[in-house]
Design a protein around this ligand. Structure first.
Ligand SMILES: NC(=O)c1ccc[n+]([C@@H]2O[C@H](COP(=O)([O-])OP(=O)(O)OC[C@H]3O[C@@H](n4cnc5c(N)ncnc54)[C@H](OP(=O)(O)O)[C@@H]3O)[C@@H](O)[C@H]2O)c1
Length: 358
């Protein structure tokens, strides 16, 4: 790309918004030109409005930018959205109708039949659904979503197994980091030295999204994978990184070596040169006590998932542990990779052209 594409961030001051800023600093294709958040923040400089929580410095040029009102007028035509679902439900369609490509982290439209829920390594073909959105025909704008932070790691580990052996049943128990609840998130008195065995709507989201992601695009919608699934979701006193214990029943028998080979050989984006794509999407840890969030969450610059502890399951066929970084692979990094895929397919060009004509 010769000149960088201007992009905006909705919900720029939150946990995921901050990750966008961190990950987009020096991005070869995209440049942040617009930041928006709630009325509490708009009109202030970003440095005043945001409580920067990341372990790299807030870039000075971002700190000096003024936070805009969350309105499409004046916004660039490519928008990363990191809003709570209740806010996103009303706001994201308004940006799409105004001609923006809205690349969203929220759950508001993930399960809408004409909205693609996409992980580039898994189901890039589902992006075709944007052509089914009324705004696409009217203004060029559309919405694309990435999954919940607990879903992404699981689905990346499952996809090669589904391709090689078929999957009939999935049982997963999560141990989810506190950053997954945004900032300030879970009160410290509730989580320190504790486990909270409930995350509102998380189990339902994880089950529905997993089956949509592994499903098949048929005509104008996705037919979900016909597998049975049960998710147990827990919040644990970990800063970043969701760890998941998974059991699966396969359609065809598989040996341990065949499963490890399926993970090792899984490189669906090889040769596409997407800047944020990890070289090895699924990294294997042979140690008995890995993966661990503190040690493994940043593999592949936070974009790889780490699998370990593969062993026979007494109830289903195989069980293993998988870990992914919830605000990188599970949120901002996922959306940036979706945007890179859209750009590589020319799906951000018509948006820019529509904008130029308007
Ligand atoms: N954290 C994760 O690991 C993770 C992973 C995957 C997906 N997600 C999803 O990503 C979204 C954002 O999550 P988060 O953790 O970043 O939440 P967060 O830390 O609570 O941030 C929310 C952001 O939305 C802004 N906002 C609130 N009300 C608004 C309004 N009326 N108009 C415009 N902006 C408004 C806030 O701005 P102010 O600062 O001005 O209030 C803030 O920038 C959620 O849908 C979440 O489910 C999060």
């Amino acid at each position: 790309m010769q000149t960088k594409l201007p992009i905006g961030i909705l919900g720029a001051t939150g946990m995921v918004g901050q990750r966008f800023i961190q990950l987009l600093e020096g991005h070869p294709w995209f440049e942040i030109t617009w930041l928006a958040a709630s009325d509490r923040s708009s009109g202030k400089t970003y440095g005043e409005a945001a409580k920067w929580r990341l372990d790299t410095p807030l870039p000075g040029h971002i700190a000096r930018m003024t936070v805009s009102a969350a309105e499409p007028a004046g916004a660039p035509k490519v928008i990363f959205a990191a809003l709570d679902a209740d806010i996103a439900r009303g706001m994201e369609p308004r940006f799409a109708e105004a001609g923006c490509a809205v690349i969203s982290n929220s759950s508001a439209y993930r399960m809408a039949p004409n909205v693609p829920l996409v992980i580039p390594e898994i189901n890039a073909d589902h992006l075709h659904l944007i052509e089914e959105q009324p705004s696409r025909k009217q203004s060029g704008g559309y919405m694309v979503t990435n999954p919940n932070c607990s879903t992404i790691g699981l689905v990346l580990a499952l996809k090669p197994l589904q391709e090689h052996f078929g999957i009939e049943q999935i049982f997963v128990t999560t141990m989810q980091a506190i950053s997954g609840a945004g900032y300030p998130g879970v009160p410290s008195m509730d989580i320190l030295g504790n486990v909270v065995p409930y995350i509102k709507s998380e189990e339902e989201k994880m089950e529905a999204e997993t089956l949509k992601l592994l499903g098949k695009l048929e005509g104008r919608s996705v037919t979900p994978l016909a597998a049975r699934m049960s998710a147990h979701c827990n919040r644990v006193a970990v800063e970043d990184g969701h760890t998941e214990s998974v059991s699966i029943k396969l359609t065809k028998p598989a040996t341990r070596e065949q499963i490890l080979a399926a993970w090792a050989e899984f490189h669906p984006l090889a040769g596409q040169n997407l800047p944020t794509a990890p070289e090895q999407p699924i990294e294997w840890t042979p140690q008995d006590d890995r993966p661990q969030p503190r040690l493994d969450k940043n593999r592949g610059r936070g974009m790889a998932v780490t699998a370990g502890r593969l062993r026979p399951c007494g109830l289903l066929d195989w069980k293993f542990t998988v870990l992914s970084h919830n605000t990188i692979r599970g949120a901002a990094g996922a959306a940036i990779l979706n945007a890179e895929l859209l750009a590589s397919l020319g799906k951000l060009d018509p948006v820019a052209e529509t904008a130029a004509r308007a």
